[in-house]
Every structure is written in structure tokens, then in C-alpha cells.
Design a protein around this ligand. Structure first.
Ligand code: G
Ligand code: MN
Length: 384
């Protein structure tokens, strides 16, 4: 073989592109072929149905509005033919009603036009992988319809993503110290951060979610040089190279950002976790261990991560004024942390009695509804 002969193209999957705009369909095919996807083009739903009847595909990419048969009806027809064939719908007019109908019909992904090349590639790559997973019997999320619905939910959640901020205060000094950034979204099927994270995890999209959150937080931190911000990291964020990029927007403001980590067993699965955390420190971030005492983060985490800040879980704070054992636990954790130079924060303080007992236990830095609910602003709370 000649030294400069290009390597043979590896066929990674077969796509049927359905679009009445031939130039647009060809442009899509060009993009996908460069990724090793074999493409066939059909100009309308009826001819697509004929092609589908004689050839096997791994994914269908379809425009949602076409003469003769609209994308939704076409989607239904495809799934009557093959329930597990992933369908990616493109549309120039995204609206809730079409999205809902597409989800009902088990769309795999729903992309708004103009579709970026990378978005299309990524969606097709996932569809082909999902198809392969299904065929090998190793599915991560139910059937294609369930997966499609979850993808669509996550897309809507990401589209409505916003951050809220909750104050962290020194009670003795009656002073605002920082805010914790907490993620929120408007997608009813993923109503709290736990549901959002678990959907992203099931779909292999945790890195995408993590990046979106870091982008949003970095904008706030950059706009408010007078504020310190704490934010939560998922242990798997530690595997994303983007987190260590010194040119990333968050790294630019690292000196005012504390990264909170909670153990959840997953931290043990991150290779070289100590080195990774050291790299983050090198970029200027401070490190916090979150939820200490919740059964997630343990004292071994303190040895591994050597955090700057330790946050005591609200389960130890709740009714601490009525519970001598909790008082002993909080008191000794606070003393230990002080000895080794870590700042202790008590989370979830709701009533003045909890606040006063915590302060008496040597835990003066606090967060909770008593001082301020998470909200869009970074204004200091009234402390009296
Ligand atoms: O895991 P982490 O500690 O980051 O979670 C903080 C969560 O606790 C947020 O969702 C926030 O809304 C919630 N929270 C904050 N303060 C209080 C509080 O005083 N009481 C209760 N019940 N929840 C709180
Ligand atoms: Mn937290």
C-alpha cells in the first residue's frame, strides 16, 4: 500500500435523510459521511417509506414539515415499521405542541433549525450507539421511545436552565461571606436538580450539563467581582478535561469560586482524584466537601481531598437544639476542622434555635432558609 493512501472509510452506521430541501439534505449527508455514516436521501415521506421497506437503517433524520406527510405522521409510520429505529426530527419552527407530539411518538432527538453541524453529528452518533446498544441488548434507558422522551425532557430542561443563589453568612459578624449557586430548570418532568442529574447521567450527557452549569456560574461570577461563589460539582465532572482548561470562563474567575464535592461513592471511582483536585487548586479554585455526615461524604474524604471548606449536612443541623448527640457530632466536627485549618459551614439552618446552638458548638458559618432562600439576586440578606 502507498504510504499516503487514505485509510479505508469505516462504516459506522446508516442514515436515511428525509428532507424536501435537496440542497439541505445533501449538506447533511456530507457532514455525516465524513463521520463514516452511510447516507441515503428521500425527498418526501412517501419515498422515505419505500426506501425504509427495502433497506435497514440505524437512524432517520427528518425535516418535520414536508409536503404530503408531516414529520410527526412520518415518525409514527417509521415506528409502526420498526419501533426501535431512532428518529431525529429537525424543525425550523420549534413549538411546544409539536415537541410534545414528537415525544409522544418516541422521537430520539428534536433539533431546532438552523442545526449546527456538531449538533447533528452528535445526535446521529448517539442514535447509532443507541441502536447498537439495543441490538446488543445493553440498553441504558428502557426502549427507544423512553430514551427519546428522556432526551427531549433533558433538552427542554437545558433550554430553561438557570441558577439561583443562596447566601452563606457569618452569624457572629452578621456578615455575608458567599453564595452557593444551585441549578434550577422549568421542565416539569425533571423538577429538581437530582432528577436533572440522573437524566443526564442515564443519557451519557453529564459532561454537557456540567459545562452548561459552569458557563452560567462563570457569567455571574464575572459580572459580580464583589462576590464569592460556591458551586456543586458532580464527581464525574472531574473526568471532563474542560474543567481543567485554564482558558475556560470559570477558570478566569477561579479565585472567587469554591467547588463543592460530595462523595456518593462515585468519587472513589475517579482515577487520580487527589491529583485532579490538586490541579483545580493550581487553577485557583478552593475545594469544599459537601454534605458531611449525610452518609455520602465521610471523614476519609477529608484526608483525600484536604478541602478548604467542609459543609455539614442539614440532617445534622435539623433540630440540633433538641438533640445532644447531634450537638456533640457538630461540635467535634467543627473542632476537628478548625484544628486542621478548614472552614466549617452548617447547611440547612431553618430556625433561630438551630442557629444559636450551632454558634455555641463552634460552628459560626451558616447557610439555610433562616438567612435566605435561593434566589436570582446576590444581595446581602438582612441579619438581625
Ligand atoms: O447538596 P446541597 O447541599 O448542595 O443541596 C442544597 C439544597 O438544599 C438546595 O436544593 C437548597 O434549595 C436546599 N436548602 C437550602 N437551605 C435549606 C434549608 O434551610 N432547609 C431545607 N430543607 N433545604 C434547604
Ligand atoms: Mn452544595
Amino acid at each position: 500500500m502507498e504510504a499516503n493512501t487514505p485509510p479505508p472509510v469505516v462504516v459506522r452506521g446508516r442514515a436515511l435523510i428525509v428532507d424536501d430541501d435537496v440542497a439541505f439534505a445533501r449538506a447533511q449527508a456530507r457532514i455525516l459521511r465524513s463521520d463514516g455514516i452511510e447516507c441515503e436521501i428521500a425527498g418526501d415521506g412517501a419515498s422515505a417509506a419505500k426506501v425504509l421497506a427495502r433497506t435497514d437503517f440505524d437512524v432517520v433524520v427528518s425535516d418535520i414539515v414536508m409536503p404530503g406527510l408531516d414529520g410527526i405522521a412520518f415518525l409514527r409510520a417509521v415506528h409502526e415499521h420498526d419501533q426501535s429505529l431512532p428518529v431525529i426530527l429537525l424543525t425550523g419552527r420549534p413549538d411546544i405542541e409539536t415537541a410534545v407530539r414528537a415525544i409522544e411518538q418516541g422521537v430520539f432527538r428534536y433539533l431546532a433549525k438552523p442545526v449546527k453541524a456538531d449538533e447533528l453529528r452528535e445526535a446521529v452518533r448517539r442514535a447509532v450507539e443507541a441502536r447498537a446498544d439495543r441490538e446488543s441488548g445493553a440498553k441504558s434507558v428502557g426502549d427507544a421511545a423512553a430514551r427519546g422522551a428522556l432526551e427531549a425532557s433533558l433538552d427542554r430542561a437545558l433550554g430553561s436552565l438557570r441558577m439561583v443563589y443562596q447566601p452563606i453568612v457569618s452569624w457572629k459578624e452578621r456578615k455575608l461571606l458567599a453564595f452557593e449557586a444551585l441549578v434550577r430548570n422549568a421542565e416539569p418532568s425533571l423538577p429538581h436538580p437530582g432528577a436533572l442529574l440522573s437524566a443526564a447521567e442515564k443519557l451519557g450527557r453529564l459532561a454537557e450539563l456540567g459545562r452548561r452549569i459552569r458557563q452560567a456560574v462563570s457569567e455571574t461570577v464575572a459580572a459580580r467581582p464583589d462576590r464569592q461563589i460556591f458551586m456543586n460539582l458532580h464527581p464525574r465532572d472531574l473526568l471532563d478535561d474542560d474543567l481543567y482548561d485554564s482558558n475556560s470562563p470559570l477558570a478566569q474567575v477561579a479565585g472567587r469560586v469554591t467547588l463543592e464535592m460530595t462523595e456518593r461513592a462515585a468519587l472513589d471511582e475517579v482515577p487520580d482524584v487527589g491529583e485532579r483536585v490538586a490541579n483545580l487548586r493550581g487553577l485557583g479554585f478552593r475545594i469544599a466537601v459537601d454534605d458531611l455526615g449525610a452518609g455520602y461524604a465521610g471523614l476519609t474524604t477529608l484526608a483525600t481531598l484536604r478541602p478548604d471548606v467542609v459543609k455539614i449536612d442539614m440532617s445534622l443541623v435539623r433540630s440540633v437544639h433538641k438533640d445532644p448527640i447531634k450537638q456533640r457530632l457538630v461540635g467535634s466536627m467543627a473542632a476537628l476542622c478548625r484544628d486542621i485549618g478548614m472552614l466549617v459551614v452548617a447547611e440547612g439552618v431553618e430556625v433561630a434555635e438551630e442557629r444559636d446552638v450551632l454558634a455555641g458548638c463552634g460552628c459560626d458559618t451558616m447557610q439555610g432558609y433562616l438567612f435566605g432562600r435561593p434566589g436570582p439576586n446576590l444581595d446581602p440578606p438582612v441579619l438581625s
